[in-house]
Ligand binder design. Structure first.
Ligand code: FMN
Ligand code: SF4
Ligand code: SF4
Length: 264
């Protein structure tokens, strides 16, 4: 049975989740959603099983993923699943994914899961460190093994009820999407910048150019936070609070992975 897993990631959690499921299933191929964003038209998966793996953003889907699902035809796919990684709260995003799949392909997801990993939205909070981080990631590993086993058996798993997160999503998500692409106006590279170019190299949507050896953000940002977390000297700030906060990358993610996500 052939499986394709479409993924999007900013700091590697969702890529680690996609890789883990792929390894457990043994027959999977990973395809980057970001690498397809510059193409146009319908996407036919051509696999028996199709998965979509990405983070939760503001209780919903990353904009790039929502747009992708509206082009993805899974009407003839035998089994279709979604796995969303998150910092703590956001089952409403699973319902959004299910609704978009239904709107385009006239079928529901067969299985839908959230996985708690390390929250990476550093403009709002300090990402977990030390034992807390290790525990979150080892619990996520166990959950991903269980999820892969359920997928392998072809179980039907409806999205968790999301009463509170659905209410909050209704309040927050549209505003988040409206301001999303320009949100990069809040990024600056401070005096620590060494002009290494890593931020430009890892941005999944090529939203950063190096101009006179400094990053310049081009206002088609997805707010994935890859640039801020991958900067090797923590020179990128978003608002007044990030200077004092830590940075996070999933331990397994590499710069090569991020370039591959861009189709390089
Ligand atoms: C813009 C943005 C919004 C986020 N919103 C939520 C949220 O509503 N709920 C949540 O639990 N985590 C939220 N997070 C945290 C991510 O979903 C979480 O860290 C995820 O695992 C990151 O995946 P990645 O490493 O594949 O990018 C948000 C992160 C970002 C960057
Ligand atoms: S500019 Fe930074 S936050 Fe925006 S999409 Fe690129 S890496 Fe992500
Ligand atoms: S990754 Fe950091 S140090 Fe390197 S160019 Fe970007 S801001 Fe400067």
């Amino acid at each position: 049975m052939k499986t394709i897993i479409y993924y999007f990631t900013g700091t590697g959690n969702s890529l680690a989740a996609a890789k883990s499921i792929c390894t457990h299933l043994g027959d999977g191929e990973l395809v980057s959603i970001a690498s397809l964003a510059t193409t146009q038209g319908e996407i036919h998966a051509g696999a028996d099983r199709v998965g979509i793996v990405c983070p939760v953003y503001d209780l919903g889907l990353p904009s790039i993923v929502a747009e992708f699902v509206q082009r993805l035809d899974v009407s003839q796919t035998a089994y279709c699943f979604g796995v969303l990684t998150m910092g703590g709260f956001g089952a409403s995003a699973l319902h959004q994914l299910d609704d978009l799949v239904f709107a385009h392909s006239k079928r529901h997801l067969d299985a839908a899961f959230t996985v708690r990993m390390v929250g990476n939205f550093v403009p709002l909070y300090d990402p977990a460190t030390g034992e807390k981080r290790d525990k979150l990631l080892s619990d996520a590993d166990k959950r991903l093994s269980e999820i892969a086993a359920m997928i392998d058996k072809g179980l039907i798993v409806r999205p968790d009820t999301a009463f509170l997160s659905a209410i909050l999503k209704r309040i927050m998500y549209d505003g988040f999407i409206r301001k999303l692409h320009d949100a990069d106006k809040n990024f600056i590279a401070d005096e620590k910048c060494t002009s290494c170019g890593t931020c430009a190299a890892v941005c999944p949507v090529k939203n950063i150019d190096m101009v006179e050896e400094k990053p310049v953000w081009k206002h088609h940002c997805e707010l994935c936070c890859a640039c801020i977390h991958f900067c090797p000297v923590a020179a990128i700030q978003y608002g007044p609070k990030t200077k004092k906060r830590g940075r996070y990358k999933n331990p397994s993610v590499t710069i090569a992975d991020m370039k591959k996500q861009r189709g390089e």
